[in-house]
Design a binder for this molecule. Structure first.
Ligand code: 5GP
Length: 234
């Protein structure tokens, strides 16, 4: 499958059309941004690592009956995906307090939540992905409530699967962001699952092995991504 035309360039990925109508190529870049692109940089090798990690995780989720846009990994930076009609909602699931939740509620990072917290954010760079609830989703007609229910169910199931997956690799899944879309009437998981979109803390030491190393200038950024890949492959 060949790239024909670039139809989208985002902060971390590019999308290309292919010879097939409902199939795209998703290319992972080394570019990194944070705080709604106010901070910009490059994490050498990130694209290659995130492509590999995402491919492995999509395969794992598919094996456990989660429908995803992933078709197959093509090469180091590219994967073949189904063309989704993106639902403009980012779903965040939190198992441990960190980042946005710590800030919004004045909490210490690291508090383990009794039950996962699910958040919806309206996907809008201009508005900085604001937190919304089901009433906003309904008012803005972002998706039907039936589909939202499906998104919610899939998100919690994905959380259970990912927590187990990372725990086997001695990583705590703190929180992560998911995006969904529709393909031939069905809801599929889209985007990527990687240290760009998940917070992963090393079990016991609590060392951050994710994009927070870039966001917070913690150093050893490339090493952290490589470490996650090493564990995901094992
Ligand atoms: P927070 O709301 O705490 O900033 O983010 C919660 C989780 O979702 C983190 O794991 C973070 O990496 C992920 N996340 C939320 N929004 C975005 C986004 O726009 N881009 C990326 N790469 N990750 C996000």
């Amino acid at each position: 499958m060949k790239k024909i035309k670039m139809i989208y360039e985002g902060k971390a990925k590019k999308l290309f059309t292919t010879e097939e109508k409902d199939v795209l190529i998703q290319e992972f870049k080394d570019d990194a941004t944070a705080f709604n692109a106010q901070k910009k940089g490059t994490i050498i090798g990130k694209g290659v690592v995130n492509n590999k990690i995402s491919a492995i995780i999509f395969k794992y989720l598919q094996k456990h009956d989660i429908p995803t846009h992933f078709i197959k990994q093509l090469d180091e930076r590219d994967m073949l995906i189904k063309t989704l009609e993106i639902i403009p909602i980012e779903v965040t699931i939190r198992n441990i307090v960190a980042g946005g939740m710590a800030k919004m509620l004045g909490l210490e990072e690291g508090i383990v939540l009794d039950e996962p917290v699910l958040e919806y954010h309206y996907k809008s760079d201009a508005l900085d992905d604001p937190l919304i609830n089901e009433y906003h989703v309904k008012a803005l007609k972002l998706v039907t409530l039936k589909d939202l229910d499906e998104v919610k169910k899939l998100s919690f199931k994905i959380n259970d699967l990912l927590k187990e997956f990372f725990s086997k690799r001695r990583l705590d899944l703190v929180d992560f962001k998911l995006e969904f879309g529709k393909y031939k009437g069905k809801i599929l998981l889209g985007d990527e699952i990687s240290p760009d979109t998940c917070r992963l803390w090393e079990e016991k030491t609590g060392k951050k092995l994710d994009k927070d190393r870039f966001r917070r200038d913690l150093g050893e950024i490339e090493e952290a991504y490589q470490e996650v890949l090493k564990r995901v492959i094992s």
